[in-house]
Design a protein around this ligand. Structure first.
Ligand code: NAP
Ligand code: 8YV
Length: 316
């Protein structure tokens, strides 16, 4: 049996399936990593991980016969694909099976922010409804112009689901896509035209801090920023000051620059909705992601290919 190193959490079912096909080693149960790598490093041919944990250089270097990395998640910014390509290591990820869930999360954040879901819930629980009467009015999410940064698999699903709110969809990516929405080749111009800006690009250097002061100012004091992509896409310090100075109206955030650390300045803001990176985190979707993570590895055992390679590895 080939040896597999499991990095990060995995459901019981996923662990069970991995153990049926591989000699399974769980990083979480290894006390002496350097001792483990000395003994098993050369025997590890497969890794299952997630996009955040990735595979650290220490492990990459100590596993010279690594052949496949299966990422549980569509984003794989924690995996050094350039090194993988150079070493002939195949990398797979889990696209599409989570599109609907992440799109639901974006919609949930838009609705919660406009309709003051958290404030109204607190209004009931704290007894203010009884004491003070009707709650203050909120704003409607209907008929808004929504700018999507990243019109890929999930971006397109978000656009489709936004039809129920009668949204006008505009978008920005590096190249126009074959979609019935208006393309902006300039992100600031799109922010200027949008009521809501939804970030759903990959993370990594090419998208680092795309949402900067200029973009936030263009979105404006009534504007809303939704981030379900990666925290690195937004300049978080600029976001906090835009909200503090009321240059931005609302924010709905599932991801942060330094997770699980979230700027405490955001905690007291009633116009901000915060989630602990749960865009895909339902039992149903995580089961589908786990199944694809393992299926990729089984496919590799069968014929040396994977079902859903990351684009960098399609030629391997
Ligand atoms: P995808 O199909 O590859 O789409 C990514 C889109 O981003 C493409 O339209 C791409 O178009 C655009 N893009 C890439 N780099 C860009 C740049 N520098 N500037 C502007 N646009 C850029 O990916 P997906 O499956 O939709 O997933 C997107 C990301 O969502 C993942 O990589 C992950 O980081 C995040 N995600 C988060 C959660 C969560 O739990 N919150 C869950 C799943 C995924 P161009 O190449 O033409 O620019
Ligand atoms: C998860 C995600 O946080 O798929 C992604 O890119 O961000 C999420 O679905 C994670 O990757 C699960 O391991």
């Amino acid at each position: 049996m080939q040896h597999l190193l499991l990095i990060g959490a995995a459901t019981e079912r996923m662990q069970q399936r991995l153990a049926e096909h591989f000699q399974l080693h769980k990083l979480s149960e290894i006390d002496d990593l350097s001792g483990f790598l000395t003994e098993y490093g050369a025997r590890i041919s497969a890794v299952a991980t997630n996009g955040h944990s990735g595979v650290k250089p220490l492990i990459m270097d100590a596993c010279p016969n690594l052949k496949v990395i299966s990422c549980h998640g569509v984003g794989y910014d924690g995996i050094d694909t350039a090194t993988c390509v150079a070493r002939g290591i195949l990398v797979s990820h889990t696209p599409n099976v989570l599109n609907a869930e992440v799109a639901n999360t974006a919609l949930m954040l838009i609705l919660a922010a406009y309709r003051n879901l958290l404030g109204n819930d607190a209004y009931v629980r704290s007894g203010r409804w009884l004491r003070d009467g009707a709650a203050p009015l909120s704003h409607s999410p209907d008929n808004r112009t929504v700018g999507i940064l990243g019109m890929g698999r999930i971006g397109q699903e978000i656009a489709e689901r936004l039809q129920v709110l009668n949204s006008s969809i505009i978008y920005h990516s590096r190249s126009p896509k074959d979609v019935p929405y208006t393309y902006y080749d300039n992100l600031t111009d799109m922010a200027q035209a949008a009521d809501v800006l939804v970030c759903i690009t990959p993370g990594g250097p090419s998208t680092s801090k795309l949402i900067n002061r200029e973009v936030l100012n263009a979105l404006g004091p009534d504007g809303m920023l939704i981030n379900v992509s990666r925290g690195t896409v937004v300049d978080e310090a600029e976001l906090v000051s835009a909200l503090q100075e009321k240059r931005l109206g609302y924010a709905g955030l599932d991801v942060f620059e330094d997770e699980p650390r979230v700027p405490e300045a955001l905690f007291a803001m009633p116009n901000v909705v915060l989630l602990p990176h749960v865009g895909s985190a339902t039992h149903e979707t995580r089961a589908a992601m786990a199944a694809l993570t393992v299926d990729n590895l089984i496919q590799f055992l069968q014929d040396g290919s994977v079902l859903t390679p990351v684009p960098e590895c399609t030629a391997i």
